[in-house]
Ligand binder design. Structure first.
Ligand code: NAD
Ligand code: MG
Length: 397
């Protein structure tokens, strides 16, 4: 490959789990990718180490004081990397003409504006930040279609579904798709009794059996809210209705999701639980590049198991179905309440069971409107956070 085909990559949230996996893949292909921008919230040390290795043109910190620390470190190192800070800088940097690929890997609603900026400016968007898609759904897809952006599903399940569909220009009926089988491991608490769930600690909930991920998505996996957000994500990415999707618990995480066709065929994508596979696929599609992930060894496999999810023990999945059925800003409210509830659980203000209760209470009191534009979505997010905090205060007295 000659130097003119080098792709310039901007990573939103490069110090996180997805960000690091992306850099691991990119480092294997210096002939294909060069890093244009790296970014982080507050971790100046981690971003400094990444800047030293990848020498991006820009490094953007969300936090101003952390940006100043990074400036000092880079200056002492004679680096050419320019440091910026704040959300506006992040959006400007990712939208710049000299960026080809944007990796949306910030966690939570904090990634909404920069993910939208990438989708609005015609990039190939490696989309991991599912919360942005849950909040802004059709708006994000519309921006992408107007700008010519290529949204590459990178959440492992959605990347698997993408890989199991041959022609992406066809709608569900034309393609003969009967349903999507969205798989999930069931998380670390899959076999816990209701009594055991009532005393689960953050440490227990953070211990995912198969995947190594950031803290927020790890808790979402334990409550099954992650699967709920993924159902909403799949509806948006593949223009599906809720009833087109069946959630299937598959504890081994070997199959990453399946598509069932009219003629009885079921196509699945298999692989090790390592995000470098979907990231490499999303970066290079329709080509295939090495990701550093070992192939599966089928003779070592003890078996593949499947079961239906238990919505009674894991009500967050039911709440996500309900929010998607309600539509409008309900998924935004669900997401905002979940972010508040996960934080409260991680800092031990609420129990595992109260986490779901807090989201349910917020959803039942929130005003839901049609999600017509970004202002409406941002207001719904802000109001839901205020409401969730009020409900949280009531739980604490
Ligand atoms: P993480 O917590 O490990 O990393 C988050 C990144 O976002 C960090 O670089 C952090 O500095 C940055 N960040 C956090 N708050 C910010 C803010 N306010 N402003 C700017 N930057 C901020 O998270 P992760 O596990 O890498 O997940 C990232 C996203 O990818 C999430 O939306 C998650 O749901 C999704 N995802 C993750 C995995 C996984 O395996 N980790 C798999 C599928 C999807
Ligand atoms: Mg996933």
């Amino acid at each position: 490959m000659d130097v003119t085909s080098l792709q310039s990559v901007a990573i939103l949230g490069s110090t996180g789990s997805i960000g690091q996996s992306t850099l691991d893949v990119i480092a294997r292909h210096p002939d294909r990718y060069r890093v244009h921008m790296l970014s982080a919230n507050t971790s100046a040390d981690a971003l400094f180490r990444q800047c030293k290795q990848f020498q991006p043109r820009y490094a953007v910190m969300q936090n101003e004081a952390a940006a100043e620390q990074l400036v000092q470190k880079l200056r002492a190192d004679n680096s050419d990397t320019q440091v910026l800070h704040g959300d506006n800088a992040l959006c400007e940097c990712v939208s710049a003409n000299d960026v080809d690929v944007a990796v949306a890997a910030i966690v939570g609603a904090a990634g909404l504006s920069s993910t939208l900026a990438a989708a609005s400016s015609g990039k190939r968007v490696i989309l991991a930040n599912k919360e942005a898609l849950v909040m802004s759904g059709s708006l994000l897809m519309q921006k992408a279609s107007e700008s010519g952006a290529l949204i590459m599903p990178t959440d492992s399940e959605h990347n698997a579904i993408f890989q199991c569909i041959a022609d992406h220009s066809l709608n569900k009926k034309e393609a003969g798709i009967e349903k999507i089988l969205l798989t999930g491991s069931g998380g670390p608490l899959r076999n816990c009794s209701p009594e055991a769930l009532s005393v689960v600690t953050p440490q227990q909930a953070l211990k995912h059996p198969n995947w190594s991920m950031g803290p927020k998505i790890s808790i979402d996996s334990a409550t099954l809210m992650n699967k709920g957000l993924e159902v909403i994500e799949a509806c948006t990415l593949f223009s599906l209705e809720l009833d087109d999707i069946e959630v299937l618990i598959h504890p081994e995480s070997v199959i990453h999701s399946m598509v069932q066709y009219r003629d009885g065929s079921v196509l699945a994508q298999l692989g090790r639980p390592d995000m470098r596979t979907p990231i490499a696929h999303a970066l290079a599609w329709p080509e295939r590049i090495e990701s550093g992930v070992e192939p599966l060894n089928f003779t070592e496999m003890a078996g593949l198991h499947f079961e239906a999810p238990d919505l009674k023990r894991f009500p967050c999945l039911r709440l996500a179905f309900e929010a998607q059925r309600t539509g409008g800003t309900a998924p935004t409210v669900l997401n905002a309440a979940n972010e508040i509830a996960v934080d409260a659980f991680l800092n031990e203000s609420v129990s595992f069971l109260q986490l779901a209760q807090l989201i349910e209470d917020t959803l039942s009191y929130a005003k839901i409107s049609p999600a017509v534009d970004l202002t409406t979505i941002i207001e719904a997010d802000r109001d839901a956070r205020i409401l969730a905090k009020t409900k949280l205060d009531k739980l604490l007295v």
